[in-house]
Ligand binder design. Structure first.
Ligand code: XUL
Ligand code: MN
Length: 344
């Protein structure tokens, strides 16, 4: 039995289209996804604002809250909680040059409108936080905006969110690049610095995505550990990534089992989840996956996580201590490899 509770987003089940080719699977409707998430053992769902309220631009603030209340009933029916709401600021024509640090003042106002609506939706769904994946917050053309100004605009935007709702938590999902050329908030270190510069650092934390850490050339377990040490790991997006290339969102653990093990281990050792945090997945099926296997990557990720949790439960801390005392890191490393290979 896992000690953790798991969450996933509706975008994790998708039709297989990528930048180079069209869909290879049928679209699955939202309600079917919810039912399947519950059946697979997920406890919560992660939402973009327009997953929760499609066509969000065409409704008034009151209508958006009403739609969110309808969704809450649906979630209750399946016994699912809402983990967070994230403004999808990278899709809209208003945010072609980013949201909170767009060069257009009107577009910055629109981004704030979406952030406030995300907070409203989160409140209706009973979620305690919003997630900012700062997709287009940075530059495509380096000289188009000052990095000093852009950083200050992000802090100002977060301060406005904190003021809008005295309880809401703001969780930043760091990523170093893509879809933009250079981002302003690329790693957990950046997230912690932004947090410290806001009016209420206790309500601003991070979402560490394994693939995003690897894209920054960093180790996901150490990024998780860094945020945990600051008491600011609000959620995780576990997945995997084959080196520094486009964002792959592979199933958790399929590229680097040892790195995946260390992510599970650091979460477990630090009692992650004991204050209600979820182990979130952000994984995509391969383009070749058939319709009937549309959820297999989620199941595989869950199974790999749980198998690694069991390995972490069996980790021999006495042996580790002896190896450290004797500076026998060769012995410790082989112990870990044997544990993972099932030889131990
Ligand atoms: C993109 C990414 C997104 C966010 C949610 O790289 O990770 O899926 O996690 O919008
Ligand atoms: Mn993510």
């Amino acid at each position: 039995m896992s000690k953790f509770k798991f969450s996933a987003g509706p975008w994790n089940v998708h039709s297989g289209a990528d930048s180079y080719g069209p869909a290879t699977r049928k679209e699955i409707d939202f309600d079917t996804k919810l039912a399947k998430f519950a059946e697979l053992g997920f406890s919560a769902v992660q939402f973009h604002d327009d997953d929760a309220v499609p066509n969000i631009n065409s409704y008034t603030e009151e209508e958006i809250k009403e739609k969110a209340r309808e969704l809450k009933k649906k979630l209750d029916h399946y016994g699912l909680a809402a983990e967070f709401v994230a403004p999808r600021l990278w899709m809209d024509p208003h945010t072609a040059d980013g949201g909170f640090m767009s060069t257009s003042e009107k577009d910055r106002e629109y981004a704030m409108w979406r952030a406030y609506r995300s907070i409203d939706i989160a409140n209706e769904l009973g979620a305690s936080m919003i997630v900012l994946w700062l997709a287009r917050e940075g530059t495509l053309c380096a000289e188009s905006k000052s990095p000093v100004w852009a950083t200050k605009m992000l802090i100002e935007a977060i301060n406005k969110m904190l003021a809008y709702d005295p309880k809401i938590k703001v969780c930043i999902e760091s990523k170093p690049n893509e879809p933009i050329d250079r981002s302003i908030c690329g790693t957990m270190g950046h997230v912690m610095a932004i947090s410290a510069a806001t009016t209420d650092p206790s309500r601003v934390g991070g979402n560490l995505e394994s693939a995003h850490a690897i894209l920054a050339g960093l180790d996901p377990a150490n990024e998780i550990g860094f945020a945990l040490a600051m008491g600011k790991l609000m959620t995780v997006h576990l997945n995997d990534q084959n080196g520094i290339r486009y964002d792959q969102d592979k199933s958790f653990g399929v590229e680097n089992l040892r790195a995946a093990f260390n992510q599970v281990k650091v979460l477990k050792e630090n009692h992650y989840g004991e204050h209600g945090e979820y182990v979130g997945l952000d994984v995509k099926a391969m383009r070749t996956t058939k319709d009937e296997d549309s959820y297999k990557h989620l199941e595989n990720s869950l199974n790999i996580f749980k198998a690694l949790e069991e390995k972490a439960d069996r980790f021999d801390y006495d042996f580790q201590k002896k190896c450290v005392e004797n500076r026998d890191f060769e012995g410790l490393e082989m112990y870990v490899m044997n544990l993972l290979m099932g030889v131990q």
